[in-house]
Ligand binder design. Structure first.
Ligand SMILES: [Fe+2]
Length: 242
């Protein structure tokens, strides 16, 4: 499924005067007209890719991933030290074991499962890769116990980034995206609380076990404090253009 926070809602192949809303002229019931100058065009979309891995064998695969995430947390002294300073209360292997797909066959299998989704997303974005490849460069573990935050950030020097959810206790924090144009809104009024998703300045995508979410690496995102008593466990990754 492809979420499109902004989208082109009209047929650009039609002439401009014929793209507007259809309405019935007063006094002429049944006579359809097209209103000129009533067109809005949505440009510069921000696309979010969401998918589930195939259900068959998924539970066993997730259990194995979870075991390895917890084992890594227990063994990774450098990661524990870094997390204590930079990820208070939680654990991430972002700065220690950040290429897990090269260290673990289970993570390497995850990489193979993700590759076709990355290609689909690149196709949806209509990227011209010029015969080059999108390749996984980083893959790391995030474990968020109760109240732990994953601060607002982007993924520098990457093309496509994403997260795969290994354990998502009911009610755990969503993935929150920020409108990349936010710093340009200046005197723009806020949007109505009931506005459509594509008009929101922030968008919350629920975290669901067995699902993956991908976005272009420049898109800022965060995870707000985990309100549940259980650990929220995810695997994040970057793909770069080589
Ligand atoms: Fe991230």
């Amino acid at each position: 499924m492809l979420y499109q926070l902004s989208y082109v809602g009209i047929d650009l192949k039609k002439p401009a005067w014929n793209r507007g809303a259809k309405y019935t002229e007063p006094g002429s019931p049944g006579k359809a007209c097209y209103a000129a100058n009533m067109t809005t065009v949505s440009l510069f979309p921000t696309r979010i890719y969401c998918a589930g891995l195939p259900v068959r064998g998924l539970r066993a695969f997730n259990n194995q991933l979870l075991r390895e995430c917890k084992q890594l947390q227990a063994d990774d002294i450098a990661g524990q030290r870094w997390s204590k300073k930079n990820y208070p209360g939680g654990y991430t292997s972002y700065n220690s074991a950040c290429r897990m797909h090269t260290l673990s066959p289970t993570f390497a299998l995850l990489e193979r499962k993700l590759n076709r989704h990355v290609q689909r997303f690149a196709d949806a974005l209509q990227l011209d890769l010029e015969n080059r490849q999108l390749v996984m460069t980083d893959c790391w573990v995030n474990i968020m116990p109760h109240s732990v935050v994953h601060g607002l950030h982007l993924h520098p020097l990457s093309t496509i980034s994403g997260t795969y959810y290994v354990q998502t206790p009911r009610g755990c924090s969503s993935l929150k995206f920020e409108d990349p144009r936010l710093d340009r809104f200046m005197a723009a009024p806020p949007r109505r609380s009931d506005c459509d998703p594509e008009n929101k300045a922030w968008y919350h995508l629920p975290a669901e076990v067995g699902k993956l979410v991908m976005f272009e690496s420049w898109l800022r995102h965060e995870v707000q404090p985990n309100p549940t008593k259980s650990e929220r466990v995810s695997i994040s990754f970057n793909y770069s253009w080589f």
